[in-house]
Design a protein around this ligand. Structure first.
Ligand SMILES: [Zn+2]
Length: 327
């Protein structure tokens, strides 16, 4: 069962503030749902908020490295399990939260193609295997080569058709590089450019210290503002990336990035953190927590069953499916 977003096309009235860690767009309307969350297939999650992370360098703002590459920013869309009363209760409970993460590039709205270079953490077997043996185009020798266990590569040069030699703790194999169109996130860029300069920390609108005041966002938000075209993702069970770091989050990390405007990036970079420093000075991202000595490996799954290239519907929207069924 693949994840489905419900009422994705609905813009929910929202509010925004900078809590000193990152600016957030939050909604109080439980309208946009997420079903089919890996390992919680039966549960319905509701969209609550969308927030970006930024690093202290342009090259390393995303919290996740997809295929080994960091991006200047990462956006998180937080959903909470409707089995619980609200997000406050859900976030400390088993399967309480699901977070969709998207890596974010910065630049002009031109069409870009993103090519994966390396699948760093993917424990599932490859779906398309090329190897030296099939390179020979010879049925007999190809067969013998496979039987002898020689089907492997030592570098990209061994791989036909622009394939990449990948090592995943098993026999290195030639994998087809995945490509996807980078979606330019117009709406998120507009929201960031408009609201981030208005919600500095400490909040301009606070009538006294410590009071968290929100700015209304009447044009509203939807996760669609920050989803890539491509529906492929990695998923794993993990924690929130900011304290208290409950181990309650099913992460859905999108394989393909989006892109936002330079003005949006700079508006975020110029915001202040709790100590009055620029968010970009220290960065509001944690260091990567996988693949380091001393850390247990995290089981990461992927879902690449969907169409992967140029597909412009990132998740199925159930309301769209129902609409289509009328005809
Ligand atoms: Zn986050």
């Amino acid at each position: 069962m693949r994840p489905e977003l419900i009422n994705l096309g609905t813009r929910l009235p929202a509010k925004t503030r900078n809590n000193g860690h990152s600016p957030k767009f939050e909604t109080d309307y439980n309208v946009i749902g997420l079903r089919g969350v890996p390992f919680s297939h039966q549960d319905l999650y509701f969209f609550k908020e969308l927030h970006p992370h930024i690093g202290n360098t342009f090259q390393s703002g995303s919290e996740h490295s997809v295929d080994g590459n960091f991006k200047p920013m990462e956006i998180h869309m937080v959903f909470w399990n409707s089995n619980y009363r609200d997000i406050v209760h859900a976030k400390s409970k088993p399967r309480g939260l699901a977070v969709i993460g998207v890596n974010v590039e910065v630049g002009d709205p031109a069409d870009d193609i993103y090519v994966e270079e390396q699948e760093k953490y993917n424990p599932l077997p490859p779906q398309h295997i090329y190897n030296k043996c099939t390179c020979t185009n010879d049925f007999f020798y190809g067969h013998v080569c496979r039987q002898l266990g020689l089907c492997r590569c030592s570098s990209d040069k061994d791989c036909p058709f622009g394939g990449k030699c990948r090592s995943l703790g098993r026999v290195p194999y030639c994998g087809k590089p995945h490509t996807c169109r980078v979606r330019y996130a117009h709406k998120f860029s507009q929201l960031a450019e408009k609201y981030f300069p208005l919600i500095e920390f400490p909040e301009k609108h606070a009538s006294h210290r410590g009071e968290m005041r929100y700015l209304q966002v009447p044009e509203g938000v939807t996760p669609e503002d920050a989803l890539p075209y491509d529906g492929g993702f990695y998923t794993y069970r993990g924690s929130l990336t900011t304290p208290p770091c409950f181990e309650t989050v099913q992460w859905i990390m999108m394989r393909c990035p989006i892109k936002v405007s330079r003005a949006a990036y700079h508006a975020l970079a110029m915001m202040r953190d709790v100590r009055g420093n620029f968010l970009s000075r220290d960065g509001v991202k944690r260091p990567i927590q996988r693949g380091l000595p001393g850390f247990p490996p995290i089981q990461v799954y992927r879902n690449f069953l969907w169409e992967t290239t140029g597909k412009e519907v990132p998740f199925y929207d159930v309301s769209e499916i129902q609409k289509n069924n009328v005809y």
